[in-house]
Design a protein around this ligand. Structure first.
Ligand SMILES: O=P(O)(O)OC[C@H]1O[C@H](O[C@H]2O[C@H](CO)[C@@H](O)[C@H](O)[C@H]2O)[C@H](O)[C@@H](O)[C@@H]1O
Ligand SMILES: O=c1ccn([C@@H]2O[C@H](COP(=O)(O)OP(=O)(O)O)[C@@H](O)[C@H]2O)c(=O)[nH]1
Length: 474
């Protein structure tokens, strides 16, 4: 088996502050590398001087290779082009997209820096797997440095429709950069279809079917690989956590009330204000639930230097305060709004304690919290998941109550339905979702992507494409 090199901006270096945060990419890749071993290259999470070589941290079967970013790198590449231009645009938020040439230059420069450091560690048979929108130019930069290995790229966040993507001033550069890969993977069929349309309509690619392209004299495959979780591991953790002192104390603090839960980074893509607005609407329109339900919203701060995130933090704090002020009683606070992060064990126990899990992003590549909520439930007495139709996870969790997060009345009605759902229906819906999780288990996700990457026929880029006489290239 070839050695795996995983590359991502965020690297979960064990016991290093600033490395791992509450984010699905780090969580997913951690699981993959723990099973398969290899090299994990990326940002150390620290700001300092640029390095001449990556710092190596060997740990079991994984070697972490990380490097610091300069203050300007962090500002232009991470806060700037990645998170103020690409993130909003790829989440369909043209209204929040801020394109600056200086940030673009920083983005290119950090990708070149990563390529310079990484190339020193690449052996001829290694499989290289690049992750996410921070590193779209990396495959091209590696090819320029003579790397001929198989390179795959996985997009954790949505790929929007053509009209949206064309609003990016340098869309041609970004789109072309991915054609240096052998395989490009997406979370959903829609994302992969959108990228395919872009290749054909704007990048001069020829398509054979929906997932094979000839572009720039090379073959490029695309595929759909919805990222998952270790469902059995999570279920075990949740069952154990339910007996912990921490969860017992939280349970006692509820005083017999039903709990709803939301767990999200503080991000405008997560639909948090709409979610609380819907809870407020429920308290208005279904007054019987007042004093009987507690909404626990865990929202660790994220990307806090970016103005749109700081504004979001203020808006959300105000919304929670307004609702608690309007409906709260001396003995009851409707919303427990918390800005710190919790570890996996604690979260698993909290998910299991909650009768309703609420996941209502306006757009989300996948959303692992939705899957973790399902995996944590007691099969004999499971809770109900309310999920936005715009989360990638909705496509594999068809036992959930699916809502349009822009529809505040509709979401409020779904909350009531979830709270009142009879046990038999809860069990039946949960069984369907548990099965859905089996199809996208984390090990299977990586195995499918990597075996497709190994099978790309690089020597015959036009294999499968039609000749002008109607026959097919062998
Ligand atoms: O690294 P940060 O800037 O702190 O942000 C955290 C991560 O957020 C995004 O996660 C995505 O990946 C998840 C796993 O595939 C997926 O479930 C979720 O829908 C995505 O939003 C981002 O894509 C990562 O690069 C960040 O590390
Ligand atoms: O306090 C927290 C909040 C979140 N998470 C984890 O962060 C990940 C969030 O991933 P998701 O795909 O839902 O969204 P993202 O933040 O990547 O956009 C999940 O595995 C959560 O369990 C965590 O460990 N602690």
């Amino acid at each position: 088996m070839s050695r795996l090199i995983v590359v991502s901006n965020r690297v979960a270096v064990p016991s290093r502050k600033g490395g791992a945060t509450a984010g699905g990419l780090a969580v997913a890749l951690n699981d993959v590398l723990a099973h398969r071993g290899g090299l994990w290259f990326g940002w150390s999470g620290r700001i300092g001087e640029r390095q001449q070589t990556a710092s190596l941290v060997p740990q079991g079967n994984v070697t972490y290779a990380v490097c610091d970013l300069s203050q300007d790198d962090h500002q232009e590449y991470y806060n700037g082009f990645a998170n103020r231009a690409l993130w909003p645009l790829l989440h369909y938020r043209l209204d929040l997209t801020e394109f600056a040439r200086k940030d673009l230059a920083g983005y290119r420069s950090v990708n070149s820096y990563f390529a310079d450091l990484l190339v020193e560690h690449v052996a001829p048979d290694d499989l290289i797997w690049i992750h996410d929108y921070h590193l779209i130019p990396l495959a091209e930069a590696l090819r320029e440095r003579g790397v001929n290995n198989r390179i795959g790229y996985f997009q954790h966040i949505p790929w929007p429709s053509l009209d949206i993507f064309l609003a990016l001033p340098n869309h041609a550069e970004i789109g072309r950069a991915l054609t240096a890969c052998d395989l490009v993977g997406f979370q959903t069929r829609k994302d992969a279809d959108n990228f395919g349309s872009y290749l054909v309509e704007e990048a001069g690619a020829f398509a054979s079917g929906k997932r094979l392209f000839a572009v720039g004299g090379r073959a490029l495959r695309t595929g759909v690989y919805p990222v998952g979780i270790d469902r059995l591991g999570f279920a075990r953790t949740a069952a154990r956590a339910a007996r912990s002192r921490f969860i017992q104390e939280v349970g006692e603090s509820l005083g017999g009330r039903t709990m709803m839960i939301g767990v999200d980074r503080l991000d405008y893509s997560k639909g948090l204000t709409q979610r609380l607005d819907a809870f407020e609407r429920m308290l208005q329109t279904a007054p019987d639930w007042r004093t009987h339900v507690t909404f626990l919203q865990i929202t660790p701060k994220s990307r806090a230097d970016i103005p749109e995130y700081a504004a979001m933090q203020r808006a959300l704090g105000e919304a929670a305060g307004r609702i608690n002020g309007q409906y709260g009683e001396v003995s009851w606070t409707p919303i427990r709004y918390i800005n710190r992060s919790y570890n996996r064990n604690e979260l698993a126990g909290l998910y299991r304690l909650a009768r309703v899990g609420v996941v209502t992003p306006l757009r989300d590549g996948m959303n692992l919290v939705a899957k973790e909520y399902v995996a944590s439930q007691d099969p004999d007495d499971p809770g109900v998941l309310v999920i936005s139709r715009f989360a990638g996870a909705a496509s594999v969790l068809d036992g959930a109550l699916i809502v349009n997060p822009y529809d505040i009345d509709g979401t409020a009605a779904a909350y009531v339905k979830a709270l009142m759902m009879p046990l038999e229906e809860r069990r039946a819906r949960w069984r369907r979702m548990w099965q859905g999780l089996a199809n996208t288990d984390i090990g299977g996700w990586a195995d499918r992507f990597l075996s497709d990457l190994e099978e790309v026929d690089r020597d015959r880029p036009y294999r499968g494409f039609p000749h002008s006489n109607g026959t097919v290239h062998a």
